[in-house]
Design a protein around this ligand. Structure first.
Ligand code: PXP
Length: 249
């Protein structure tokens, strides 16, 4: 069996959260992105939120200018964000639901109910050669709707799996497993992310269809203690351990 690669996308939003707490320029999320790139990140993810609570427009300008690895721009399906994406043409855009009051992205996008509204966004991004990802829960209907709407890939929400414990966590892991397998049968690339940490990442990497994990909050938090490069090294070695099990299947 050939080795199925798994990429690590590093989300740098929370470097900007710390910067913005004081309103200055330190720490610079673009420096963090360049450091992550040097330490082996396969891609950088940044979420430009409507309220600009962490990443700013200027950060996106500089990321586009300075990064060598692909930028995955997380964005809400709004005309403002679409214009920004079309101006910058990042390698990929991940459409996420966004509420002003939430602390972080809560739940996946409802592609089934929002199909008609989302479709023009997906088409315009596609026409600009941007690879379109939809952030969804591991739900069969959402996966099928994502395929039908023309997304290149989906990112399955791992937040519920991480938040649960015991049997409930195992049940959610099984949903993720089934969801990822369905994506493969539909020829839909499948990523995963949200809330992942050292404890939870390995079982996710063991799911063979996942080609990329996007991780932010835990990596940035842990970097305070041991540095970003070392945190990424540990995270990648746990991902590789999960992949080893896949190879042995
Ligand atoms: N993927 C998506 C779509 C997200 O919205 C986020 C959070 O911004 C992440 C991955 C990363 O989640 P976390 O910061 O909890 O690792």
């Amino acid at each position: 069996m050939t080795m199925r690669k798994i990429r690590l996308g590093v989300n740098i939003d929370h470097v900007a959260t710390i910067r913005n707490a004081r309103g200055g320029i330190h720490p610079d999320p673009v420096n963090a992105a360049l450091l992550a790139e040097k330490a082996g990140a396969d891609g950088i993810t940044a979420h430009l939120r409507e309220d600009r609570r962490h990443i700013s427009d200027h950060d996106i300008d500089r990321l586009m200018e300075k990064l060598s690895v692909p930028l995955n721009l997380e964005m809400a399906a709004t005309t403002e964000m679409l214009d920004i994406a079309l101006k910058h043409r990042p390698a990929s855009a991940c459409i996420v639901p966004e509420k002003r009051q939430e602390l972080t992205t809560e739940g996946g996008l409802d592609v089934v109910r929002g199909y008609d509204d989302l479709r023009p966004f997906v088409l315009k991004l596609r026409q600009a050669n941007i690879s379109v990802s939809l952030f969804i829960d591991p739900d069969e209907e959402q996966i099928r709707a994502s395929k039908n709407i023309g997304a290149h890939k989906v990112e399955l929400h791992t937040g519920t799996y991480v938040d649960k414990t015991g049997d409930a966590r195992l049940a959610e892991l099984e949903r993720l497993r089934r969801g990822a397998a369905l994506c493969e049968t539909l020829d839909l690339e499948v990523h995963a992310g949200h809330g992942l940490n050292y404890e939870t990442v390995r079982a996710i990497a063991e799911i063979p269809q996942f080609t990329e994990l996007n991780i932010g909050h835990f990596l940035i938090g842990e970097a305070i203690f041991i540095g970003l490069a070392e945190t990424m090294r540990k995270m990648k070695s746990l991902m590789d351990l999960g992949r080893k099990n896949v190879e042995q299947e």
